[in-house]
Design a protein around this ligand. Structure first.
Ligand SMILES: [Zn+2]
Length: 248
């Protein structure tokens, strides 16, 4: 029996994943007649985390659709903001430490492994804790165990942050989370944290917050202006102002 030939075209956002010959308009693919459309799309390089609606002849089909000979398939990009089956929590791979700290600065729950625990362990943790796996590693995003995943399109942290905020629209709550460990902050009286402060800091500041997990103490210190710029820009563009800031 002749194997089915189908025609595929990809949304521009997906062009970086597919071979150059598939970027301009539609191109032909021979399938084995039993594979699902999801499998065909993945086999051409597009992680299913990045594929949005699949259209056959203009009508939406599920990833389980088995394409028949002559079908015209259009693969759209994911819709932004993308709905999630649960709260917007994230897990970042070893290469995305700066992005993890910036998400935490905005109060977004961003777990991050500073050592490489391997794709299998990351995928397992994504599933166990219901976290969206953020990565620039396409192989990792192909893993079936992931609760949800997203390719991070840029290698530059400012663009990575805008990418994640525009894609998932997580609620923002700046200055409520520890940038070092992802724990939550609570207000701290100066007396209770003074042992962790240097003399100059203790004299110059009155408002403190402390991480409930790692005990790190925060105040409006030397780096605050640049961090504040990140917060203000993000809230202006993507925020709902969240709950009250812990660090006033
Ligand atoms: Zn902490």
């Amino acid at each position: 029996m002749e194997k089915p030939e189908i025609w595929l075209s990809f949304a521009p956002e997906l062009h970086l994943f597919v071979a150059a010959a598939r970027r301009a308009g539609r191109s032909a693919v021979r399938t084995d007649g039993v594979s699902t459309l999801g499998h065909v799309v993945e086999s051409l390089g597009v992680p299913l985390t990045e594929a949005g609606t699949l259209l056959v002849g203009g009508r939406q089909v599920p990833v389980s659709h088995v394409p028949a000979d002559g079908e015209e398939v259009t693969v759209l990009a994911v819709r932004r903001p993308q709905p999630l089956p649960g709260p917007a929590r994230f897990l970042l791979d070893v290469h995305l430490g700066t992005l993890a700290r910036r998400l935490r600065l905005l109060g977004v729950d961003a777990a991050y492994e500073s050592v490489d625990i391997g794709d299998a362990a990351l995928a397992t943790r994504s599933a166990a804790e219901q976290r969206v796996m953020l990565s620039r590693d396409r192989g990792l995003l192909h893993r079936r165990e992931l609760w949800a995943g997203a390719y991070v399109y840029s290698h530059r942290p400012p663009e990575q942050l805008r990418d994640v905020l525009s894609r998932f629209a997580p609620p923002l709550a700046p200055w409520t989370r520890c940038t070092a460990c992802n724990g939550t902050l609570r207000e701290a009286a100066k007396e209770s944290v003074h042992e962790q402060l240097q003399d100059g800091t203790e004299r110059a500041y009155d408002a403190f917050a402390q991480c409930t997990d790692c005990r790190q103490v925060y105040w409006r210190g030397a780096h605050h202006a640049s961090l504040n710029a990140i917060v203000e820009e993000s809230v202006r563009e993507f925020g709902s102002p969240g709950p009250a800031e812990v660090l006033p």
